[in-house]
Design a protein around this ligand. Structure first.
Ligand code: ATR
Length: 276
């Protein structure tokens, strides 16, 4: 029996739980395949993508910092990857073309936005913190819900301005003003790496926010960042990025294996047990 090979490229990768997720589903659905961490340097991207072309690899996920960097090496980008210019899933199509897709948008929709019971979601003001690899997917997912009052603050403002070139309706704010702008927001989404295990935290304490604010953190490891802990103390509704992570994986898996895997309690417990 032949084995199919999949993996995730990025750097650093030690924190990635994608192998746990995909290998769990391979076992559950009795698919002969293996999913591994492939930590690479920038100059190795082309070589890895060529392994898709030569069928040594059947699928690749892409994480930070290569979600944009892979694009020049692909034959085609489609669907949400085209809308965001951010690729997290690569495969070979029937015509032998290496195709880049994006499942982060679906992940955010299924894992967060579709759960919100808010009325008139489109009237919400949203502050996005950060302008990294996943930020364009967040903006696109919000815009599909009709939300267009989007403010974005990033330490390096040039990167936020770059994203505005694609999404002209967003408003770039200065990093030093994020706390003040946060006071008027209905939803705040953290797409920075602030709050990661053993990393830096926000210096701002976001004391004066609306009582019905919703705070979403892309981070899922640790399960509760400092920001989530602080907002919870004030009884503010918070979400972490675990469901987004699982749903983006679900869509990648279905693109590669033509099976939409189930999200059962056993899977969530397996993932949660691996979190710090
Ligand atoms: P990449 O930028 O390579 O796509 P990422 O992990 O997706 O990497 O994004 C990191 C995000 O966290 C960026 O928005 C980064 O801000 P800069 O663009 O200014 O680097 C943000 N970030 C990381 N450390 C930070 C810190 N100490 N203070 C503020 N923002 C920080």
């Amino acid at each position: 029996m032949t084995t199919n090979f999949f993996g995730i490229i990025g750097k650093p990768l030690s924190h990635s739980l994608s192998p746990i997720l995909h290998n769990f589903w391979f076992k559950k659905y009795k698919i002969h395949a293996k999913y591994s961490l492939i930590e690479i340097e920038h100059n190795e991207i082309e070589g890895i993508i060529n392994k898709i072309r030569s069928k040594e690899l059947q699928g690749i996920n892409v994480t930070t910092p290569y979600k944009q960097a892979v694009i020049p090496f692909l034959d085609q980008i489609i669907d949400d990857a085209k809308e965001t210019l951010s690729v997290n899933t690569i495969s070979l199509n029937k015509e032998g073309k290496v195709v880049g897709n994006n499942t982060d948008v679906y992940g955010l929709e299924q894992g967060f936005l579709n759960k919100l019971k808010k009325q008139n979601l489109e009237k919400n003001k949203v502050l996005i913190l950060g302008a990294g690899g996943v930020t364009a997917s967040v903006i696109y997912a919000l815009s599909k819900k009709g939300i267009n009052q989007i403010f974005i603050g990033n330490r390096t403002s040039r990167k936020a301005e770059d994203i505005k070139k694609k999404f002209s309706f967003i408003e770039v704010i200065e990093w030093k003003n994020i706390e003040r702008v946060a006071e008027k927001m209905d939803i705040i989404i953290n797409t920075t790496s602030l709050g990661l295990e053993n990393g830096n935290n926000f210096e701002q304490d976001f004391k004066n926010v609306k009582p019905n604010l919703i705070y979403y953190d892309i981070i899922y490891n640790p399960e509760e960042t400092m920001m989530i802990k602080n907002f919870k103390k004030k009884l503010i509704k918070t979400y972490n990025g675990l469901e987004m992570f699982i749903y983006q994986g679900q869509k990648s898996f279905s693109l590669w294996n033509k099976t939409l895997p189930e999200l059962d309690e056993n899977l969530k417990n397996t993932i949660t047990s691996k979190l710090k």
